[in-house]
Design a protein around this ligand. Structure first.
Ligand code: KG4
Ligand code: ZN
Length: 340
């Protein structure tokens, strides 16, 4: 089954062709991602109107390249999937409309994909992970711990009550004058810093319900940065390292709480899966690897290019739904808010 997937919910214009042959991992025939970092860099974050225009300009070329790289014609496809949300509505409309048009031209089924579901199923594309598994989904807009029981069967065990994890990295980067997106910058600076210099809080630590709260941690970093101002380059390194150490502890502790609930309700998970842009963070991956092996399972985290937003995950989620006969009409509406 050959599926074209389109992703335009935030600041990546992406298209990919993925093949699914029964259970087991899928095959990525092409995966084209055009980022918009330059367009948004001056503003320290994604500007919705600029993002939508950039998607309009880039999408046709990105899709053409995805088809060419895969050596596939539109008529060879078995279906077309587009992310229909959650995300910035302007961008979603661009990808959704284009996806429907390609489906119409190919005379093949259309699938409107939930962007979060696509992150959630990526471990099946890359590693063929079987259900049920425990998922940490952490991106710029979402931070959730989910029991993934099947395609379309997601039970939320916990989530953030304020900022998303990626958002906390981004806000701290902005506060310290680092680039956007902040996660990779903070991780880089943390490598040369002292994680023990500042004792930042670990919000929610020890609580039974696996929720997150990150705004207090972010505020603690800001207060400390203001207290020691003017800050040197070494101070920035130390602030990043101390913040990241707290974030890693929080992730490990909250995931441990979710593991307990998962075990009580569903037994042993086939894997601990990490997804979303924050799953690219080295120390977070290491902590989750330890946590997984300590509880008799393994960590499955997508390779770095598949952690952030991409078309392959949308194509794969579309293929998984198509395999179950789940298709959508061409009247499928954008869903800027679409919880998993
Ligand atoms: O999944 P994603 O690409 O887009 C959303 O759906 O939000 O995630 C982007 C988020 C950003 O907040 C970015 O700062 C964060 O993931 N991120 C990281 C790292 N790489 C990306 N956070 C921490 N460490 C990283 N290495
Ligand atoms: Zn995402």
């Amino acid at each position: 089954m050959l599926v074209l997937g389109l992703e335009t919910t935030c600041d990546e214009t992406a298209a990919a062709i993925v093949r699914r042959c029964g259970e087991g991992p899928g095959e990525i025939l092409s995966n084209v991602v055009r980022g918009q970092v330059e367009e948004h860099a001056a503003y320290g974050g994604v500007v919705p109107e600029i993002a939508a225009r950039a998607h309009v300009e880039a999408l046709d070329g990105v899709v053409a390249k995805a088809l060419k790289d895969a050596g596939v014609a539109v008529t060879d496809l078995d279906g077309v999937a587009a992310a229909a949300g959650p995300g910035l509505v302007g961008g979603v409309i661009v990808g959704l409309t284009a996806g429907k048009a390609y489906a119409l031209v190919a005379q093949k089924p259309f699938v409107g994909v939930n962007h979060l579901e696509a992150h959630a199923l990526t471990a099946r594309l890359t590693d063929g992970v079987a259900f049920p598994y425990l998922l940490l989904l952490a991106s710029g807009g979402h931070t959730q711990l989910l029991a993934v029981l099947g395609v379309g069967r997601y039970v939320r065990l916990g989530s953030t009550i304020d900022d998303a994890l990626g958002e906390a990295f981004d806000k701290i980067a902005k506060m310290l004058g680092l680039g956007y997106p902040g996660g990779p910058e903070v991780e880089k600076r943390a490598r040369s810093g002292d994680p023990a210099r500042f004792a930042f809080p670990r919000p929610m630590q020890g609580r039974a319900e696996p929720n997150f709260s990150l705004s207090g941690l972010k505020t603690a970093v800001r207060i400390e940065a203001e207290r020691i101002a003017p800050i040197s380059e070494a101070d920035v390194d130390d602030l990043c390292a101390s913040f990241q150490a707290a974030a890693v502890d929080v992730v490990a502790d909250r995931t441990r709480a979710a593991q307990r609930i998962f075990a009580e309700r569903y037994g042993r998970p086939t894997a601990l899966v990490a997804a979303g842009g924050v799953a690219a963070n080295g120390p977070i991956r290491q902590a989750l690897t330890r946590l997984a092996s300590g509880s008799g399972t393994r960590l499955v985290a997508p390779p770095l290019p598949l952690c952030g937003d991409n078309g392959a995950m949308i194509a794969w989620a579309g293929a998984e739904r198509l395999a179950l006969g789940l298709t959508d009409g061409l009247d499928f509406a954008p869903r800027p808010r679409w919880p998993l």
